[in-house]
Design a protein around this ligand. Structure first.
Ligand SMILES: [Zn+2]
Length: 323
């Protein structure tokens, strides 16, 4: 036997060689804050959260089925009330996005479109959405022509108010969900309706329709955030449009993307129009520290600090006009 063990992992680093502290703040443009807990929101405070946008419409919490315009209006009002309570008790600013989501058909959606401009006047409402063409719905199918009408009209309100639109894109349904998580996803695969889009790349097909609708009403690309980015739309959006592209990082087991995809996108296209959001939602497995963890992963992958700061903080602030 030899004597007392020596340091088993080598000498401590030279002064200055240790990693710099990660003190980059973040702003999350897309989360379903009203479905999270107080402890989740405290983790935003603990991990550098400066602001977050709660998506007001989520038919998940609609009190009745089928979902009517009154149910969605209830959700908008509820999100606004909760947001006011949240940011008096936390250290980040809680904002709200108001819109008509297409993941379940909404009856009399035109009634919502007509009051949307009033909601946009609320100081707390800083984006429209999430909305955008979907291929499948969770409850009742919403034929494409009806979806186009309601998405186009929301784009028209965005043009008139100057607010950005968070454009939901398909791709997290009817996929091969990791069986360890599928039971945790309350709105899981078995509820989905048959797909309406015919191609094997519904995400790109939906984005093309969304862009055509934006063109119809003259909504500038810079006001569009193409959300839930996937590999198939990356180059198309960043090369052929002026839109922002947002990666939703809270459920890699569902969306099939992680920090490596974001690092590769920054490498290929620069960080000017790339955004990280969480899409945190209480209806499925989630990690309230996911924004901070993604930042650490990006730094470990060799992404420059300035680029990390741009995709989690500067770009979100620019989109939301918080700068
Ligand atoms: Zn979405």
């Amino acid at each position: 036997m030899s004597g007392p063990s020596k340091r088993p992992i080598g000498d401590p680093p030279e002064a200055g060689a240790a990693p710099e502290p990660v003190d980059i703040p973040w702003v999350d443009i897309h989360q379903h804050t009203q479905s999270l807990t107080w402890n989740d929101r405290e983790k935003f405070d603990l991990s550098g959260g400066q602001a977050a946008v709660a998506i007001a419409a989520g038919y998940y919490w609609a009190p009745y089925r089928p979902v009517s315009s009154d149910d969605v209006r209830f959700l908008w009002d509820d999100a606004l009330r909760r947001a006011a309570a949240f940011d008096h008790r936390h250290f980040y600013d809680q904002y709200v996005a108001v819109g008509i989501h297409t993941w379940s058909r909404v009856e009399n959606a035109d009634e919502l479109v007509s009051v949307l401009p009033e909601y946009c006047e609320d100081d707390r409402v800083i984006a429209i959405g999430e909305t955008g063409i979907e291929s499948t719905q969770h409850t009742t199918s919403w034929p494409l022509e009806g979806q186009k009408e309601v998405v186009r009209e929301q784009f028209r309100v965005a043009r008139d108010t100057g607010l950005p639109v968070l454009v939901h894109t398909p791709g997290s349904s009817k996929g091969d969900v990791d069986p360890r998580h599928v039971q945790s996803y309350e709105e899981g695969n078995r509820n989905f309706t048959d797909p309406l889009l015919s191609s094997d790349d519904p995400k790109t097909e939906a984005v093309e329709i969304d862009l055509a609708l934006a063109d119809e009403v003259g909504l500038p690309d810079e006001q569009l955030v193409i959300d839930h980015a996937g590999r198939s739309v990356r180059d198309f959006v960043l090369e052929n449009t002026g839109c922002y592209l947002a990666y939703s990082v809270s459920a890699p087991w569902l969306r099939g993307i992680d920090a490596r995809d974001i690092a590769a996108a920054i490498d290929a296209h620069g960080s000017d129009r790339i955004v990280v959001d969480t899409d945190l939602i209480g209806a499925m497995d989630n990690d309230p520290f996911v924004m901070k963890r993604t930042m650490l992963d990006l730094l470990r992958l060799g992404v420059d600090r300035e680029d990390v700061r741009r995709v989690v903080y500067e770009n979100p602030r620019e989109i939301l006009d918080l700068a």
